[in-house]
Design a protein around this ligand. Structure first.
Ligand SMILES: [Zn+2]
Length: 113
């Protein structure tokens, strides 16, 4: 399952942070997930619970921040919302290949004591 390997990578970063900041407990983890990534939130939460069991992150709140997909127009420079099948600037009517956001898969924040 895709989400398990993603969470495995995220958990490595969490563990590094816990060690580095000598945290006793992780209270909150915030992820940024672009809407173009094929990640299912429920599966991600399930993987988080599985990985956090018996670690300092057990019971931590998992916040998933979905990032809207946007692109920047090569002609007028505006950043506009896009869909997989529609990356056309609403003002110029031209196609933009310059995707600004939507593919994020980031660990944005860790809070702990
Ligand atoms: Zn434009």
């Amino acid at each position: 399952m895709h989400e398990v390997s993603i969470m495995e990578g995220i958990f490595e970063i969490i563990t590094d942070n816990v060690d580095e900041h000598k945290l006793k407990k992780v209270n909150k983890v915030v992820l940024q997930i672009g809407e173009f990534t094929c990640v299912e939130e429920g599966a991600l939460r399930f993987a988080f619970e599985a990985f956090s069991k018996n670690t300092k992150a057990e019971g931590a709140e998992l916040l998933i921040d979905r990032v809207k997909a946007t692109a920047k127009c090569g002609r007028c420079g505006q950043v506009f919302k896009i869909a997989f099948t529609n990356k056309i600037c609403p003002d110029c009517g031209i196609f933009s290949n310059n995707v600004v956001s939507g593919y994020e898969l980031l660990l944005n924040e860790i809070e702990g004591d």
